[in-house]
Design a binder for this molecule. Structure first.
Ligand SMILES: NC(=O)c1ccc[n+]([C@@H]2O[C@H](COP(=O)([O-])OP(=O)(O)OC[C@H]3O[C@@H](n4cnc5c(N)ncnc54)[C@H](OP(=O)(O)O)[C@@H]3O)[C@@H](O)[C@H]2O)c1
Length: 270
């Protein structure tokens, strides 16, 4: 943590989506530790988990929102704008973290799940960012998008999830260029397997491979944003994997990803 504090710019407020568990909760906990005076707003269906403690919870403003519901998101974005108007002046960090996965052969037995992945991982991120960007332009700060290592190649057996994260990475890099010179930082963090409830929520019976801790990943992501990195992959094995995958023709990368996914995720698929 001590390495993070000096590098995070002076934030006046932070908005985190999906702060009720996993990585989002870790982002909020770290921000609270580094900058206890900075108010944090969490957009998710549930509030921050009990285990984060009463003091912590009371410092986090929760705006309940199903991000898959476009009308609910529009109302929540208005509520965030009002909350920011009452927050101290200065830079704002928007962490687009909420997300869900879908695993197995497409379309699986719940095609609605595939559409929910697109709604939350893609549409909600674009919509919320578009609605808050005018405020960010006025106040400074930027956007931290939580993508995934699966963004770097097609991912059979997680086809829609992988494509949603590829969208997020590509969009994030493009947005960063459009905002060059504005003072706003845009970073895509691309974690590998992380020990959260993510896989259980997607119906998997365990973790596909070795996992990093949520707090390590969140710390890495905040540092990457503070250092104005365009995109960043936490963990050396994940970095090697994405680098090696990038050397292959895309069709070969898809084939290799199918073999790896089948071997690593096969035993835990529903
Ligand atoms: N865990 C991994 O291995 C891993 C690896 C790479 C990338 N990621 C990415 O990391 C991000 C966080 O995931 P996690 O690992 O922390 O998983 P998690 O523990 O399952 O947390 C997901 C969060 O997203 C929120 N969310 C999901 N659907 C939502 C909806 N319809 N409306 C509002 N909020 C919603 C959840 O809040 P509510 O349920 O309260 O609404 C929850 O707070 C995701 O974008 C995921 O794709 C995870």
């Amino acid at each position: 943590m001590s390495l993070l504090a000096p590098t995070l710019p002076d934030l006046a407020a932070a908005v985190v989506t999906g702060g009720s568990s996993g990585l989002g909760e870790a982002f909020i906990r770290l921000l609270g530790r580094v900058s206890p005076a900075v108010p944090v707003c969490n957009l998710s269906r549930r509030p921050c988990a009990e285990k984060t403690g009463a003091t912590f919870q009371s410092a986090v403003h929760h705006i309940p929102c199903d991000l898959a519901d476009a009308a609910a998101l529009a109302r929540a974005a208005d509520a965030v704008a009002a909350w920011l108007a009452a927050a101290p002046a200065g830079p704002v960090l928007l962490v687009n973290n909420a997300g869900l996965g879908s695993f197995g052969r497409f379309p699986g037995d719940d095609p609605g799940r595939q559409l929910a992945v697109i709604d939350v991982n893609v549409r909600a991120v674009v919509d919320l960012t578009a609605r808050l960007l005018p405020v960010l332009r006025l106040r400074g700060g930027g956007v931290l998008n939580v993508a995934s290592v699966v963004a770097y190649q097609p991912t059979p057996y997680a086809a829609v999830y992988g494509a949603s994260k590829a969208f997020l990475l590509s969009w994030s890099l493009a947005l960063r260029e459009e905002l060059r010179g504005s003072g706003l930082r845009v970073t895509a963090c691309c974690p590998g397997t992380t020990a959260t409830g993510f896989f259980a929520a997607a119906g998997l019976r365990g973790l596909p491979g070795a996992a990093m801790g949520a707090e390590d990943v969140a710390r890495f992501a905040l540092r990457a944003w503070a250092r104005d990195r365009a995109h960043a992959v936490p963990g050396l094995p994940n970095r090697v994997m994405t680098w090696a995958g990038g050397l292959l023709p895309r069709t070969t990368a898809a084939r290799v990803a199918a073999l790896v996914l089948r071997r690593r995720a096969g035993p835990v698929l529903p």
